[in-house]
Design a protein around this ligand. Structure first.
Ligand code: SAM
Length: 245
């Protein structure tokens, strides 16, 4: 019987490229048609961002040794602007949210995530008078009121059309918006805001990243609140951008 490697060896390279292109496009269409709830629930269930089986783990970027400079900068910003109500869209496993609450005198925190089981898990462990969680898809639902909205490493996992919808909503709903994104090395191939199918991956693999102030988005120029080296590649940056409306 002919094995897979032998079969691939006899297919001409241009045909092989074409077949791979078709397979990639097919997989993108399938993934694009799935809901965010479905896609991100599977990412957690399969530990695609790490952690032990059965654990909800939002990735190494949320480990405290990595989020430290972000928490310090946000705490200073929150306290100096007297902010008391925060909405954290894509709160994930709440490790970052918990540290932020410890470092500030926020009176009302609402963590939102599209993964229902994760929100239940967070509610059971962390919810109280000060801390609430809601299961919402930020692309589809109305967002709760607050003064400051945080989007930390969320938009980078979404398509441009989904990002557009979320940006419109947060602009209309909040005085301050803080967006944290992974920005890649500026190689010759770099282009801001290349489109991506929603999922576990981010745009650095396609020499891109999310820049809300550039087309096809229409946010104003941001103030950079804090910028750190990416843990897996010091030339790449994790940038927290502040927008005031
Ligand atoms: C990489 S994690 C970041 C978690 C957290 N912000 C942090 O920095 O630790 C991205 C989170 O965004 C959530 N998410 C993705 N799309 C969403 C959407 N449309 N609405 C609400 N949450 C979403 C995912 O389920 C996931 O928990």
């Amino acid at each position: 019987m002919i094995n897979k490697k032998a079969m691939l060896d006899i297919i001409p390279v241009p045909l092989l490229r074409l077949l791979r292109g078709i397979k990639g496009a097919y997989l993108r269409i399938i993934a694009g048609a799935r809901s965010n709830a479905d896609i991100f629930a599977e990412i957690y269930a399969r530990n695609r961002w790490g952690g032990k089986p059965g654990e909800y783990y939002s990735g190494t970027g949320s480990d405290s040794e990595r989020s430290g400079p972000y928490i310090a900068a946000l705490a200073t910003f929150i306290e100096s602007n007297g902010i008391r109500e925060v909405v954290d869209i894509g709160c994930g496993d709440f490790r970052v949210g918990a540290e932020l609450l410890q470092a500030t005198s926020i009176e009302k925190y609402i963590g939102i995530d599209v993964v229902g089981a994760l929100i239940e898990h967070n509610r059971e462990r962390f919810a109280n008078e000060r801390i609430k969680f809601e299961c919402l898809d930020a692309c589809r639902s109305e967002l709760p009121a607050g003064e400051l909205c945080i989007l930390r490493q969320v938009l980078q996992h979404l398509s441009n059309s989904e990002i557009k919808v979320i940006l419109q909503k947060v602009r209309a709903n909040y005085r301050f918006v803080l967006i944290t994104e992974h920005h890649p090395i500026r190689t010759a191939d770099f282009k801001a805001n290349r489109d991506l199918v929603h999922g576990a991956s981010i745009r650095n693999k396609i020499q891109s990243g999310v820049f809300p102030q550039l087309p096809p988005f229409d946010f104003p120029d941001p103030e950079i609140l804090v910028e750190v080296e990416a843990w897996n590649c010091p030339e790449e940056k994790i940038v927290t951008m502040l927008f005031r409306f």
